[in-house]
Design a protein around this ligand. Structure first.
Ligand SMILES: Nc1ncnc2c1ncn2[C@@H]1O[C@H](COP(=O)(O)OP(=O)(O)OP(=O)(O)O)[C@@H](O)[C@H]1O
Length: 242
């Protein structure tokens, strides 16, 4: 479960003024649900996800992830969340296996559990052939799949993905989306940001649309279409954020 209550983040802008990146956000993501965060560039999606992963400190408000407070219990949050972004680090000199194993050890996964789990993840993500290939020699798609394996290695209950399919070809995109669906089937709480409406339509149980740091609307796609009398998601998005 993810619970976000009046979460805000301000930055100091280049002119010394205040930039409100995230403004009093409120939403809940439940186990077994895929929740999509949509919004134009600069809407505050990445800042929100980074606060939930404890990479950034909120300026105001509260958030809990898997029942742990992001400000007062950051290390417990990190143990219960798998985070993935388009540029999650894959080290050039480590092989796929070494990298995922390293993160498993960091998360204190017992050795007898770790090996079969990595084997299973590599099989599901179809990267077994790359287990001994170093990061420097991997394609973008393979690097992203290794990052997914890394995010899942400790089997966290909550997954936070920032534009997980950015820059990937359609085959890898589909593999990533299928993995997300399978994770939902296992009762994971999944929050992800995207610009791709097709992904949202295929995957999201509920969405929140952000604009200039504020939540403009939140609900199921059917709710939003009915509420705004607009069957086309892209047109609806345009109507709400422009
Ligand atoms: N470290 C920072 N210092 C100052 N301003 C920042 C910082 N990080 C983000 N911002 C500002 O906060 C706002 C929200 O940025 P954020 O990256 O969260 O948006 P986003 O919705 O993820 O955009 P995109 O879709 O382009 O990734 C923007 O105005 C951005 O310029």
């Amino acid at each position: 479960m993810i619970e976000v209550r009046d979460l805000s983040k301000w930055f100091r802008g280049p002119d010394g003024g205040r930039v409100t990146a995230v403004d009093a956000l409120r939403f809940t993501v439940r186990p077994g649900e895929v929740f999509g965060l949509l919004g134009p560039n600069g809407a505050g999606k990445t800042t929100t996800l980074r606060m939930l992963c404890t990479v950034l400190q909120p300026t105001a408000g509260t958030a809990t992830v898997a029942g742990y407070d992001v400000v007062t219990q950051p290390s417990a949050v990190r143990h219960h969340v798998g985070f993935l972004s388009a540029n999650t680090g894959v080290y050039d000199r480590m092989t796929a296996w070494e990298m995922v194993e390293y993160y498993g050890r960091l998360h204190e996964v017992p050795p007898d559990v770790l090996r079969p789990r990595i084997e299973e993840l590599f099989k599901t993500l179809q990267i077994t052939a790359y287990r001994d290939v170093p990061g420097a020699k991997m394609s973008t798609g393979t690097r992203q799949k290794v990052s997914i394996a890394r995010a899942l290695v400790n089997d966290p209950p909550v997954l936070i993905f920032d534009e997980p399919t950015a820059g990937l070809d359609v085959l890898v995109q589909r593999a990533v989306l299928d993995s997300i669906k399978a994770l939902r089937g296992r009762g994971k709480t999944i929050l992800f940001s995207t610009h791709i409406m097709r992904e949202v339509e295929k995957l999201c149980d509920r969405v929140a649309i952000l604009s200039r740091g504020r939540l403009v609307v939140c609900g199921t796609l059917d709710d939003l279409r009915t509420m705004h009398n607009q069957p086309d998601l892209e047109d609806l998005f345009f109507q709400l954020v422009s």
